[in-house]
Design a protein around this ligand. Structure first.
Ligand code: 5GP
Ligand code: ZN
Length: 114
């Protein structure tokens, strides 16, 4: 997807504060953080949302979760707790149509979400 903002970040065509990148996933700081720690973990290849994932995407999903957990350790929130969020579609507030896992932490997070 040549015009997708997160594809551009993964390719390095748009700047972002990247904290991790490997062959499958990229993690970077959210430009509008909602918590002291707010990272986004994305697949390098375009996937529209979690709704497009199937059984064959198991390894990709595992890679995203492993990176998120490692980032939580690195950001110092693994011990206090953190939230991993996948927004899917309009009612969930998905604003970027490229699969992204939010990692939020560093403060108590209310439940249920708004
Ligand atoms: P969504 O609402 O789709 O679940 O989350 C999209 C997130 O991407 C938002 O938290 C928003 O702040 C973040 N975001 C949107 N555009 C950019 C960008 O160009 N750079 C970065 N680093 N984050 C972005
Ligand atoms: Zn994309």
């Amino acid at each position: 997807m040549s015009d997708c903002i997160f594809c551009k970040i993964a390719r390095g065509d748009v700047p972002a504060q990247i904290v991790h990148q490997d062959g499958q996933v990229t993690a970077f700081r959210d430009v509008n953080p909602q918590a002291p720690v707010h990272l986004l973990v994305i697949p390098n290849q375009h996937v529209g949302s979690a709704a497009e994932l199937g059984p064959g995407n198991g390894p990709l999903l595992a890679a995203m979760l492993v990176v998120a957990n490692r980032m939580a350790e690195g950001e110092g929130v693994a011990g206090t707790g953190y939230r991993l969020v996948l927004n899917v579609g309009a009612d969930a507030g998905q604003s970027v149509p490229h699969l992204h896992l939010h990692l939020l932490g560093g403060r108590p997070l209310a439940w249920p979400p708004g």
